[in-house]
Design a protein around this ligand. Structure first.
Ligand code: AP5
Length: 259
């Protein structure tokens, strides 16, 4: 069943890309995928916020850009994404949340996966199984619902749990259900910044969906539904994608053994 915890740790899932505007639920759904498939979540927003908090060179450069709701330049993104994807916990697959965000980033990612993931797999025993192309899932949400989700988002600074005061409120106002910490508001969830983020999505990130649509890799999901319903559909898409991929791999292996 799609919603039962899967013991999927044995099989390769490959890259899963979640696309969608700010507040579409990419982070929420990415965490469900992590729990279910045992692959890591790579959130470029989280990576950048971590750099800002640590005051790294990248963080110092990114801070003002993020505060305006604009996109950090592509060249600054490639380094952090490449080094994170090279970590060994990504070998079975990973879920990308917030990357790629421009058509140039999408092209860069394809080239990176081709060179560093697919080439590397030639040297392993299950080479074919690891040549899993990305499954790209686009989360579609109505504009007014996005505003409600972004203005209502609260996070626990201790455990990271995300709430929404309008849609998924904590049991006690502004306090985390799990550890009682005072919930915080993300810096860029202020109304004036939200407008800039939604505009950046329209002008720069919509092109990413077109990029994958042309490649016939884009699967759209109505994400204007309860979290669990969206999750169930996403699991179904990932399961189908990996099954088809494994089927193709075994055909290739059988054909190769006949040579
Ligand atoms: P990032 O952190 O990626 O933010 P974002 O894309 O704006 O997305 P959000 O995290 O706001 O939303 P989400 O889709 O994850 O929704 P969530 O699950 O939290 O990026 C921040 C900034 O970093 C960017 O503006 C940019 O400056 C920079 N950046 C990052 N990546 C970059 C890149 N690749 N290139 C350049 N710059 C980059 O949910 C939102 C709320 O809704 C929550 O309260 C949640 O509880 C609720 N919710 C979720 N799903 C549902 C549901 N189905 N029903 C009801 N409520 C729901």
């Amino acid at each position: 069943m799609a919603n039962e915890p899967a013991n999927a740790t044995a099989s390769t899932i490959g890259p899963v890309i979640l696309l969608g505007p700010p507040g579409a639920g990419k982070g929420t759904q990415a965490r469900k995928i992590v729990d279910h498939y045992g692959i890591p979540q790579i959130s470029t927003g989280d990576l950048l916020r971590d750099n800002v908090a640590r005051g790294t060179e990248l963080g110092i450069e990114a801070k003002a850009i993020m505060a305006r709701g604009e996109l950090v330049p592509d060249e600054l993104m490639y380094g952090i994404v490449a080094s994170r994807l090279r970590e060994c916990d990504c070998e079975r697959g990973f879920v990308l949340d917030g990357f790629p965000r421009t058509a140039a980033q999408a092209g860069w990612l394809d080239a990176f996966l081709e060179k560093e993931v697919f080439d590397k797999s030639e040297n392993t025993t299950n080479a074919a199984a690891e040549k899993c192309p990305p499954v790209v899932i686009q989360l579609l949400v109505d504009y007014n619902q996005l505003l409600l989700r972004l203005t209502g988002r609260r996070s626990c600074p201790t455990c990271g749990r995300v709430y929404n005061i309008h849609l998924q409120p904590p049991l006690v106002d502004e306090l985390c259900d799990l550890d009682g910490s005072k919930l915080t508001i993300r810096d860029d969830d202020r109304r004036e910044v939200i407008a800039g983020r939604l505009e950046a999505y329209e002008t720069q990130t919509r092109a990413v969906a077109d990029y994958y649509r042309v490649q016939r890799r884009l699967v759209a999901v109505n994400a204007d539904r309860p979290v669990e319903d969206v999750t169930a559909q996403i699991f179904g898409i990932i399961d189908l994608h990996t099954q088809e991929q494994h089927k193709r791999d075994s055909t290739v292996r059988m054909d190769a053994s006949k040579l």
